[in-house]
Design a protein around this ligand. Structure first.
Ligand SMILES: Cc1cc2nc3c(=O)[nH]c(=O)nc-3n(C[C@H](O)[C@H](O)[C@H](O)COP(=O)(O)OP(=O)(O)OC[C@H]3O[C@@H](n4cnc5c(N)ncnc54)[C@H](O)[C@@H]3O)c2cc1C
Length: 399
């Protein structure tokens, strides 16, 4: 039997899309290779996700935001960018402005668990777990999707949300710009003696960067990014030596520190697909745009892609149009591809500038920080973008 829509992957972008489609009247099947337990009760994976105001607004529209426990939402009041050993910093402070926070942090496993708890109750959805998609082929009316257990399904619209390493994207014949940064992010939660005053830090040291996201008053999420060789050495340090490394790099700003979780590592690869749609086919989430985490854009863009695609499909069905036609799907692509392309290459440029150890780059980054601080319009534009709530209009990221 032909399905109206099949979604491959049940990560946070896919679940947001499914939530947006809760009243659409189309029957949707979700194919996820992981077992159901990893959705119903996902383990902490080290990722504490910084969300923009636009994302909060979208999650409110989806009735997801009120389901988060207040204690699981950590507002960011201030952000501070530190360059190498220079005492000069670039600072953003929401308390001096009219908005309640620069952004909000929620742990990735809580976002996934909450979205799954809500979507599993939707009558238009069926989830298939332990269902790994191995191949897809076009048919006269859409796609045929084959699983590793021998089953196959026909669908009118295939949505790929199977991560930045998407196999479905390349099987659909869509190429992507892929940037292997050869760097690895180490993420860990840490306790500290001094209150962080809800300040996020981004410290661009020489040879590595260190980001701190404030959680409870004595708890933060630390992200150390270094070339993969150095990151492997940092992962092998014993706990005490690793804690010393982080405290020193933070210039003891948070007082004495200790580990509050184990260390997790993520190899950093950026991806931007050259097109997001084909007839009967669409990419969302990291499968469309996989960002370097330095500007904390990834899920914010994934949420936006899910919202824009769902809007397009719902409008088409309300107007008796074929929701899987290229013309309809291109409406989503047109609204998402150019803006994300600019952000993708912009972020990669920032990463290059702030990881280049040559003297001209070091001087350039000092100039960039001073100009951003000294020219009020530049700071004002960044703050305005950070706190803009119009869905589909993305902030430049938290840093
Ligand atoms: C260290 C780090 C920090 C980050 N910090 C932030 C942040 O502060 N703010 C932010 O917005 N974003 C952040 N991100 C990015 C964010 O985590 C991702 O953008 C987001 O998780 C992507 O969601 P997704 O649903 O597109 O993909 P994924 O979460 O990768 O989910 C893909 C799903 O597809 C399934 N799948 C894959 N292949 C198949 C197949 N063949 N068959 C069936 N199922 C399949 C997988 O099992 C998985 O469940 C960060 C990322 C990292 C690594």
């Amino acid at each position: 039997m032909q399905k109206d829509i099949i979604v491959v992957g049940a990560g946070p972008a896919s679940l947001s899309f499914l939530r947006s489609m809760r009243n659409c009247g189309l029957a949707i099947t979700v194919l996820e290779q992981a077992p159901e337990t990893s959705m119903a009760d996902p383990a902490y994976d080290g990722r504490d996700i910084a969300l923009t105001h636009a994302s909060r607004e979208l999650l409110r529209e989806l009735d997801v935001w009120p389901c988060f426990d207040q204690d699981d939402i950590s507002p960011i009041a201030k952000a501070c960018v530190v360059d190498g050993d220079s005492p000069y910093t670039l600072e953003f402070d929401s308390q001096k402005k009219s908005f309640d926070a620069l952004g909000f942090i929620i742990s990735n496993h809580i976002i996934r668990r909450t979205l799954y708890q809500l979507t599993r109750k939707q009558s238009n959805l069926s989830f298939e777990f332990n269902a790994s998609v191995t191949s897809i082929t076009t048919t006269d009316e859409g796609y045929n999707v084959s699983l590793d257990d021998g089953r196959s399904f026909d669908t009118r619209l295939l949505v790929a949300a199977d991560s930045r390493f998407s196999k479905i994207r390349s099987q659909a014949g869509i190429s992507a710009d892929i940037n292997d940064f050869a760097r690895t992010a180490i993420v860990v939660r840490m306790n500290h003696r001094e209150n962080h005053q809800r300040t996020a830090f981004e410290c661009f040291q020489y040879g590595h960067t260190l980001a701190v996201l404030p959680l409870a008053s004595d708890l933060c999420s630390v992200v150390v990014t270094a070339d993969s060789d150095k990151a492997n050495r940092l992962l092998k340090l014993d706990d005490e030596a690793f804690v010393d490394f982080v405290s020193q790099n933070l210039d003891q700003r948070l007082g004495s520190m200790s580990l509050a979780s184990r260390r997790f590592s993520y190899p950093l690869v950026g991806v931007h697909a050259r097109q997001f749609v084909k007839p009967h086919f669409a990419l969302i989430g990291d499968a469309a745009v996989g960002m370097h985490p330095v500007t904390a854009h990834g899920f914010n863009l994934g949420l936006s892609s899910a919202h824009l695609l769902a809007r397009q499909i719902i409008d088409a069905t309300n107007n008796d149009q074929d929701y899987s036609s290229e013309a309809v799907l291109k409406g989503y692509q047109n609204r998402h591809i150019m803006e994300t392309r600019v952000m993708y290459y912009g972020t990669n440029g920032v990463v290059k500038l702030f990881t280049d150890e040559h003297l001209p780059a070091k001087l350039a980054r000092k100039i960039v920080l001073r100009l951003s601080n000294l020219l009020p319009p530049v700071k004002w534009a960044i703050e305005k973008k950070l706190t803009e709530i119009k869905p589909g209009h993305h902030s430049p990221g938290l840093f």
